[in-house]
Design a protein around this ligand. Sequence first.
Ligand code: KG4
Ligand code: ZN
Length: 342
Amino acid sequence: MLVLGIETSCDETAVALVADGEKVRANVIGSQVEHHRPFGGVVPEIAARAHLELLVPSLDAALTEGGCTYRDVDAVAVTVGPGLAGALLVGVAAAKALALAHDLPLIGVNHLEGHVYATQLEFGRLHLPVVALVVSGGHTSIVLLGADGSFTTLGATVDDAAGEAFDKVARFLGLPYPGGPEIDRLAQEGDPAAIRFPRAMLHDGTYDFSLSGLKTAVVRELRRRDAAGTEVWLPDVAASFTEALVEVQVTKTVAAAVAHDVPTVALVGGVASNSRLRAAMAAACARAGLRLLAPSPVLCTDNGAMIAAAGYNRLAAGERTALDVAADPNLGLGTVPTAPAA
Ligand code: KG4
Ligand code: ZN
């Protein structure tokens, strides 16, 4: 079954073709970074307008890359939420039009579920149960996918998302948007033990996170050094900040998997491309005897292939989404609006 996946929830206009929920035939990702860089972050109105411009060329490019036409496509999967309202609307409207025009089933996908199912594109069918650390620009959660495919959020950030923390600290350090990859690069040359930043909520017995204090600690430390005339080596700041964030995320994720007797951990979402997070999670999972599924960075950041993969699973389970489905900026995990199969 060939599924066309459309993702427009934030600042990536992405279209992909995936066969049987696992084999990527085309993966077109139109980045809008240049549109948003002058503003230091994603501007919702600009994102929606850029999706309008980029979506049709991206659909054409995906069909060309996949060497097929709409006649070869069996279903259309689209992100219905969570995300930016205007941005989601563009993808949802296009998916509905394609489903109607080509008489194809439509399946609405939760963006976070998409991130989790990105693992299928690299490691084959996801064997449940799994504990997933979903870390992106808008979300930071530890999620338990039960053996029945259900989603339970075990914990989440109580303030900033991890990507948000990376982007805000990067902006403070004078690095260009998006800051996550910039901090990752800078941290390679730094000493992660140079500055001991706080590890909030590390031993509080929950699976929740708090990241705004860490961001503030970075700002305060830089101001303190500046006032004292102490030289600041930015790579040390980047590496030390990353280390504090990573230690809490890795410790809690592994603890959640062990406590729930789950043998597999998935590391997904844009921040899962971070090299230190990947290395630390791999080491911790190996120590705990857990299998780690961490997709390649291109499948961690927003893409249409992950939406097609998640959509395929729901279609295979007999689910269909009604054509009057609305984009939902606040869609919760496990609550994709679906209509029974016709
Ligand atoms: O999943 P994603 O592409 O979009 C959302 O759903 O939010 O995640 C984007 C976030 C941004 O905050 C970006 O700075 C961060 O992922 N990111 C990284 C890295 N690559 C992307 N953060 C840390 N290290 C990276 N290598
Ligand atoms: Zn995302």
